[in-house]
Design a binder for this molecule. Structure first.
Ligand code: 8YV
Length: 318
């Protein structure tokens, strides 16, 4: 009998075909997250799950899925998964590293440039008919070229953000759990303690995973350490930042601006307080959102799923 798997979202066709060729597959064939009760019911008979960041994989779900061998999460981050509960039951977790590194680093840069050069504010001004004339100080921002870039969380994505900084003649700084001689050698980036990085960087980019150590890492104290001209960017996970503190800090103008791809609770609505600030650029979690990268993520997750349920080794075990 073919292994039974459940896929929690509509996937690109090549990824679906990959799974269907080896498995008895059921799909939540929608663009909305699968309802919890549907997921719990589907998990009951599943050998494998292909999941999204929006699916909570916890003890309750695992209890409902006695035959489960693998959870193939279609993301590099896996803070939606209770890894300890999985390990306790011997269920394998896989993720999709590497394929989204460049795309997500590009997103960090999109936000850096947009926030520093007031792109969204300018666009809104034109839309509102507010572009009246030119003057020397009109909508002036801050230079990216030649500035100091500080990356917090210098793994794959953080490293790629730093490498791009070389093309902009930036001074590169990073903070990480551990120093990376390889990164330092490749990019010339200098390791700094967090507080020193915050005080020195013109651009602070967060690319760290959400863990017990990074949850709430950025609060009033950290924002107060930044330069009044600094731009703060988060492409990692919303809960790393205390959003209420960021709101107050941006209102007070320190940091000068921010670009966020992630939020404490996603999705956010039009009434989110941060959206009322002119110095905030927001994106709806688009870090990995290119056609080519999402296809690679889906096929990577599909390959991991199939490998484990057919008795092989996972390609990207966490
Ligand atoms: C995705 C991400 O948008 O991979 C991650 O960790 O945050 C993004 O690439 C998301 O995970 C899709 O499930």
């Amino acid at each position: 009998m073919a292994p039974r798997v459940y896929i929690t979202r509509r996937l690109p066709q090549p990824a679906l075909e990959l799974v269907a060729a080896a498995c008895d597959v059921a799909v939540w064939d929608q663009d909305e997250p699968v309802p919890r009760d549907v997921l719990l019911a589907a998990a009951r008979s599943a050998d494998g799950l292909l999941t999204m960041l929006s699916d909570r994989i916890d003890g309750e779900l695992l209890d409902a899925a006695p035959g489960l061998k693998v959870v193939a999460n279609m993301a590099v981050g896996y803070d939606n998964v209770d890894l300890a509960e999985l390990r306790r039951r011997g269920v394998i977790l896989t993720n999709t590293p590497d394929v989204l590194t460049a795309t997500t680093a590009d997103m960090a840069w999109t936000l850096m440039l947009a926030a520093a050069r007031r792109l969204v504010e300018g666009h809104k001004l034109i839309e509102a008919g507010g572009w009246q004339s030119w003057s020397p100080g009109f909508m002036t921002g801050h230079d990216v070229s030649g500035a100091t870039l500080g990356v917090v969380g210098a793994g794959r994505i953080g490293g790629a953000v730093l490498r791009r900084g070389r093309g902009f003649d930036m001074a590169l700084r990073y903070h990480n759990r551990s120093r990376s001689p390889e990164l330092e050698q490749q990019t010339g980036a200098q390791f700094l303690p967090l507080d020193a990085l915050l005080a020195e960087a013109d651009f602070v980019v967060v690319a760290a995973p959400l863990t017990a150590q990074t949850r709430g890492l950025f609060g009033a104290r950290e924002f107060a350490l930044m330069k009044p001209t600094a731009v703060f960017v988060n492409v990692a996970r919303g809960p790393i930042v205390q959003e209420a503190a960021l709101y107050q800090a941006l209102r007070a103008g320190r940091p000068w601006a921010a670009g966020l791809d992630v939020f404490e609770r996603e999705p956010i609505g039009a009434d989110h307080p941060l959206l009322g600030l002119p110095n905030l650029v927001a994106a709806p979690h688009l870090g990995s959102a290119t056609v080519s990268t999402r296809l690679k993520m889906a096929t990577t997750a599909a390959r991991n799923l199939v490998a484990v349920v057919t008795g092989g080794a996972p390609l990207n075990p966490v």
